[in-house]
Design a protein around this ligand. Structure first.
Ligand SMILES: O=P(O)(O)OC[C@H]1O[C@H](O)[C@H](O)[C@@H](O)[C@@H]1O
Length: 568
């Protein structure tokens, strides 16, 4: 394939570069005084309002970004994705996570084959299995009902399901279905995570779901063997069949591990790990906890955004607009980070999930054709729920570095609290901050204002806020399963839009491989030194010294250990 020109060589990119100077001349507080501008910088879709008037941008900027989208062939690339083309060229795969939430009668093809029936076969199987487990027709080896689930998985096989689970936990409708049940996630190979996960649980009433796209991830497989030992030790090896199931694309390895393929829930190589929460990766554990009907609502929410993303004109297209604005912030205004700040405790695991979706997708150094990029891609994503973050890192955001912020608020709380005699309820208090923070960032506070307030001269520099700091406000009408699905899909597509504009492959992750292969070398050394007393060899001075110290100070580790499981 002929190597395509880099986006930075196009006319629209250069025009935007030149446009930065114009934008920097006007402070956000002046931009905000133009109500016509503000009015045109709000989009609304299906109960979600996105106000981007506090971006350092004008209507002209947005028009220029549309030109950039055209130069990047954004429309065509979105179409190619939905069309099942193999746009993940380095792995020769299509990218079809949208098929995971498509209605039963939809037609989405990969290699000429409609994949939607396969998706629904697995969904039907999950529905059936989760209903049997929840109503007690599937019981454990001793005949007891399985009320607790530990999902073992890491990265994309963990963060998305954890986010959705955390968000549903306090939803009144979902929580009704979760009474008497527990869902836990074992991600880290750290034995402390094992200890914390099994604490207070008994194998007799626990189902372990091993979630791994490849079924080769070292941490997940070791944790799976650990929990298999936990079950066997207590209930005998034959109990594993009743207490362990799997989610994977690699059913051969599932069987090799000793899990009955009938108790395996498949997905496909056209689903990227970080885009897999709508596959059995998320749907199985969440259905076990909340019932399939709740999870179906979540899928419908995501699907509503998929339809919007693939069909709405760019001026009204939420993920497209958000993606373009992120490119503007990163590539033109030069802001390397983005803070995701949900004013909802239920969304406390949203930023960690989007961190993987975004940073693993777009943290690339070469174009999709392998050409080194002369500009940075991706951004550093982080975040915490408001108002907690305000009492932690907001200082830096207000007076230190400029970090574009996403403020996410919800109109109706999942769990309202009203106190007699209190005029402002908890949710109003929370939302007062959601509305105030974006203006504090945009407007700032000048030395003149401080002088008028008789602030002592020596404190004026410390109390001045430069303002002119961009943010987005996203207001959701509520936070139920449907809205959670919508929010997920908006961010997934936004990240993809950014990657499409930058001309990179947002669907591979070669950058995680090097560290993994070096760990294999260390693992072999630890084994050889412990079992055969072999000296530490083949590492640099620093690693050799640290490894020696580690081996010396952990010399009490048994060479041929008996199974020992943590107990707390
Ligand atoms: O689902 P698995 O195959 O176990 O992979 C788990 C995770 O590990 C890898 O290192 C990748 O960086 C992630 O994208 C992936 O989600």
């Amino acid at each position: 394939m002929a190597s395509a020109a880099l986006i930075c060589d196009t006319h629209p990119w250069k025009t935007l570069k030149a446009h930065v100077e114009d934008i920097k001349k006007t402070h956000l507080r002046d931009l905000m005084s133009d109500s016509e501008r503000c009015k045109s910088m709000v989009v609304e879709f299906d109960g979600i309002i996105v106000d981007f008037s506090r971006q350092q941008a004008t209507v002209d900027t947005v028009d220029k970004l549309y030109n950039l989208a055209e130069a990047a062939h954004l429309k065509e690339k979105i179409h190619h994705m939905f069309n099942g083309e193999r746009i993940n060229t380095t792995e020769n795969r299509s990218v079809l996570h949208v098929a995971l939430r498509a209605p039963r009668d939809a037609v989405i093809k990969s290699d000429g084959k409609n994949v939607v029936p396969d998706v629904w076969n697995v969904l039907d199987k999950i529905k059936d299995f989760s209903e049997r487990l929840r109503n007690g027709s599937w019981v454990g080896a001793t005949g007891k009902q399985l009320t607790d689930v530990i999902a073992i998985g890491i990265g994309g096989s963990f963060l998305g399901p954890l986010f959705v689970h955390t968000a549903l936990q306090t939803d009144p409708e979902a929580s009704k279905f979760a009474k008497g049940r527990q869902l836990r996630f074992l991600a880290n190979v750290d034995p402390i995570d094992v200890a914390r996960n099994i604490a207070g649980l008994h194998p007799e009433t626990t189902l372990v779901v091993v979630v791994s796209k490849t079924f080769t991830t070292a941490e997940t497989m070791l944790n799976a063997r650990t929990l298999r030992a936990w079950i066997s030790k207590e209930l005998g090896p034959s109990a594993v069949a009743k207490h362990m199931v799997a989610v994977s694309t690699n059913l051969t390895l599932v069987e090799k591990f000793g899990i009955d393929p009938n108790n395996a829930f498949a997905f496909w190589d056209w689903v990227g790990g970080r885009y897999s929460v709508c596959s059995a990766v998320g749907v199985l554990p969440l259905s076990l906890q909340y019932g399939f009907s709740i999870v179906e609502k979540f899928l419908k929410g995501a699907s509503s955004i998929d339809q919007h993303f693939s069909s709405a004109p760019f001026e009204k297209n939420v993920p497209v607009l958000l993606g373009l604005l992120s490119v503007w912030n990163v590539s033109f205004l030069g802001y390397p980070a983005r803070a995701i700040l949900p004013y909802s405790q239920a969304l406390e695991k949203f930023a960690p999930h989007i961190q993987q979706v975004s940073m693993e997708s777009n943290g690339k150094g070469v174009s999709i054709d392998g050409v080194p990029l002369p500009f940075e891609t991706g951004e550093i994503d982080f975040g915490e729920p408001g108002t907690n973050g305000q009492h932690s890192f907001y200082q830096l955001i207000h007076q230190g570095r400029i970090i574009p912020c996403d403020f996410i608020g919800v109109v109706k709380s999942q769990q309202p609290v009203y106190l007699e005699g209190e005029v402002v309820n908890n949710h109003d208090e929370l939302m007062s901050n959601f509305f105030a923070q974006p203006d504090a960032l945009a407007y700032g506070k000048t030395a003149e204002q401080l002088q008028k307030e008789n602030v002592p001269q020596n404190l004026i520099p410390h109390k001045t806020f430069s303002g002119n700091r961009p943010s987005l406000s996203i207001l959701l009408s509520a936070l139920d399963a449907y809205k959670i699905g919508q929010l997920l899909a908006i961010y997934e597509h936004r990240v993809v839009v950014q990657g499409f504009i930058w001309g990179i492959n947002s669907f591979d992750q070669w950058g995680v491989e090097l560290g993994k292969s070096l760990a294999t070398q260390v693992r072999k050394q630890l084994h050889a030194s412990r079992t055969k007393g072999e000296p530490v060899e083949g590492f640099n001075f620093s690693t050799t010294s640290l490894l020696k110290r580690y081996l010396e100070e952990s010399s009490d580790v048994p060479k041929n250990p008996q199974t020992l499981l943590p107990r707390i």
